[in-house]
Design a protein around this ligand. Structure first.
Ligand SMILES: Nc1ncnc2c1ncn2[C@@H]1O[C@H](COP(=O)(O)OP(=O)(O)OP(=O)(O)O)[C@@H](O)[C@H]1O
Ligand SMILES: [Mg+2]
Length: 604
């Protein structure tokens, strides 16, 4: 059975190419970065200008050093340096020193200004790119087909959205640093070459060796990052459990066990991070050591070539000034490599296929005034559970129909199909003659309202929650829906009334209060088709009786489908469909179904 089951829009993402884990090589992330590409040359240019200013500043040090050491400035030095020396030489000795010091300070000051401006630009770019990446990830998650979540991929999506995204932002920062420092490093390299090509050859050979060693470390880090990210997903799931399950853990006295389970996860996760960090920790010391070797090699070469003291000093000073830039690049590369796992996660989420666009010729739905028909519908969940098997029935417009069946019979699954959240495996769900997938689904869902087992309140006020489906609703309508749902009394008793905060997922309210808010939310839509899936099972019998009066009076809706295990709730229903193990076993007038009689005999 499981082999043939595919829920639309989910399997392709799993079979697609593996994420690259490379920020700029990623087909998913590149379109988000594209609008910002044009700023990269500016970052580069500012980096370049800063480096030129700094290099000339250091160059102006040569005549100063020559002056202090009573040397002459070699004519072989780059023209700007010789020119500075020539101008300075025209001045008397004390003024010459002051003029050179002032020149150096001015150049370095200007360089600092350019550098600060560039940092500001980079900070803005980082914030904007990070924001766009997170927005794109959220847009994708919100736009995904509901089937994606049934496939049990919600946990990974949550991990990508809540956790990996922040590491992707670190990678973005690192990439910007490379652009910024890369330009400076190139200027330093060019000036070093100008200053002394033979010493530059030695420096270049050293740089090549360093780049090779770093590339090797990058590879190791990327592999370990992908492994570590995978294990950390489980840790995030446990973290949610110890928060969401706070009550159950205490009630069942399982604190120690949860602690142990959590510890097992942290051990596994941090074993992965330990290897990752071990390699990352080698980058800086290796870099420093190799740079020191290059230094010695340059000194040795200069000695062998008989290079002047001022020139060697300037050369080494420039290398020293360039080292932070090069160090920054090596660090940023390492960061990029170690975020390969999170980048891969973001790519995975952004690569999930969206449901097909609404067909251009999709049928508008003005009102649900035709029968809603299930025609030989089969449906299986991704794990292979066959929840509906050859189910056929019709719900007449204007009827109040009971959907009856034991727990696990497939009632809520019917609702999911009816709302177009999942497509049938075979068979058809139709509105009149039109299959549901040929309707404008947004319009269809606009006419249907569900209050159900999964209450689903959001953090916000009572008003926000009731008006969730009708954001512009006025207080009179909100209170009207609340009254019909039996919620008006307790809302009036809340110190802040409609403005009372319901807590995350409605945790400040009792179970029955939550249900009534959810019912009011459905009623406020004045839906054509109202679906109540155990919508009042946590409400006391007296209140429920009052609420169910709305079914008798047919207020707020045109057609209703009611699921309940209580016979008293179903009293207002005229028709009934009885499901058993995913099959329709009875359909017809409610009074004639045997299931109702059995229910009435048992505890209500
Ligand atoms: N997400 C899921 N993944 C796999 N199987 C599922 C999933 N949801 C439901 N099922 C299975 O599908 C079958 C029908 O479930 P459904 O929720 O439709 O039952 P129900 O009639 O609404 O039950 P209840 O009265 O307990 O709410 C059950 O066997 C259930 O275990
Ligand atoms: Mg159910």
């Amino acid at each position: 059975m499981a082999g043939g089951i595919h829920l639309s829009g989910t399997s392709d993402g799993e079979q697609g190419p593996l994420p690259s884990g490379v920020l700029f090589g990623s087909a998913r992330l590149a379109p988000i970065l594209r609008p910002y590409w044009r700023y990269f040359p500016v970052v580069s240019l500012l980096g370049l200008v800063a480096a030129v200013l700094e290099s000339v500043g250091v160059g102006a040090l040569i005549p100063l050093i020559a002056l202090m050491m009573a040397e002459t400035v070699p004519a072989s030095l780059p023209a700007p340096v010789v020119e500075i020396a020539r101008v300075a030489h025209a001045l008397p000795t004390p003024q010459r020193a002051y003029a050179l010091i002032a020149t150096v300070m001015a150049l370095i000051g200007l360089k600092s200004l350019v550098h600060a401006a560039n940092n500001l630009l980079v900070a803005r770019l980082h914030a904007a790119i990070s924001r766009d990446i997170l927005d794109a990830m959220a847009r994708r998650t919100i736009g995904l087909d509901f089937a994606f979540f049934l496939n049990g991929q919600g946990g990974r999506a949550f991990n990508a959205l809540a956790r990996s995204s922040w590491w992707v932002f670190e990678a973005v920062r690192a990439a910007l640093q490379i652009v910024q420092a890369g330009a400076s490093a190139m200027v330093f390299a060019a000036i070093l070459l100008w200053l002394d090509w033979r010493l530059s050859l030695v420096a270049s050979a050293g740089a090549l060796v360093i780049a090779g060693v770093l590339a090797l470390m990058d590879r190791m880090q990327r592999r370990q990052s992908i492994l570590a990210t995978a294990t950390s997903e489980e840790l995030l799931r446990r973290s949610r459990e110890i928060v969401d399950g706070a009550r159950v853990i205490r009630l069942f006295g399982q604190e120690a066990r949860e602690q142990d389970r959590f510890q097992a996860e942290t051990r596994a996760t941090f074993r992965g991070y330990r290897s990752l960090n071990a390699v990352a920790g080698l980058v800086a010391p290796s870099f420093d050591f190799l740079i020191a070797c290059v230094f010695i090699a340059i000194l040795f070469t200069a000695y062998a070539l008989g290079t002047s003291m001022a020139q060697v000093t300037a050369f080494l000073l420039l290398i020293l000034r360039a080292q932070p830039q090069v160090g920054q690049i090596s660090h940023a590369r390492s960061v990029l490599a170690s975020q390969a796992g999170p980048i891969g996660d973001a790519e995975w989420l952004l690569g999930q296929p969206l449901p097909p666009e609404t067909l251009a010729d999709a049928r508008p739905v003005g009102a649900i005034d035709l029968p809603v028909v299930f025609d030989r519908v089969r449906f299986a969940y991704p794990d292979g559970t066959l929840a509906l098997d050859d189910v056929s029935f019709a719900i007449a417009p204007g009827s109040v129909t009971a959907l009856i069946g034991k727990s696990g019979a497939g009632k809520s699954t019917v609702i999911n199909l009816l709302c177009g959240l999942v497509p049938p495996l075979s068979g058809e769900v139709r509105f009149g003659d039109t299959p549901l997938d040929q309707l404008r689904m947004k319009e269809w869902r606009g006419l249907v309202a569900v209050a159900g087992q999964d209450v689903g309140l959001f953090g916000g006020t009572v008003r926000d929650n009731i008006a969730y489906g009708c954001p512009g609703a006025n207080d009179a309508d909100i209170l009207g829906a609340a009254a019909a749902a039996g919620a008006a009394g307790f809302i009036a008793a809340l110190p802040q009334g409609l403005d009372a905060w319901v807590g995350d997922t409605g945790s400040n309210l009792s179970g029955g209060q939550r249900q009534r808010i959810a019912l009011a939310r459905a009623l406020l839509k004045r839906p054509d088709l109202l679906i109540l899936d155990e919508a009042t099972n946590a409400v006391d019998a007296l209140t429920e009786k009052e609420v169910m009066a709305l079914l008798h009076e047919r207020r707020f809706f045109r057609t209703a489908l009611v699921i309940s295990h209580r016979a008293s709730t179903l009293e207002a229903c005229t028709a009934a469909i009885v499901l058993d193990e995913g099959r329709v076993v009875e359909a017809g007038p409610l009074r004639e179904t045997s299931y109702l009689a059995a229910m009435a005999g048992g505890p209500a």
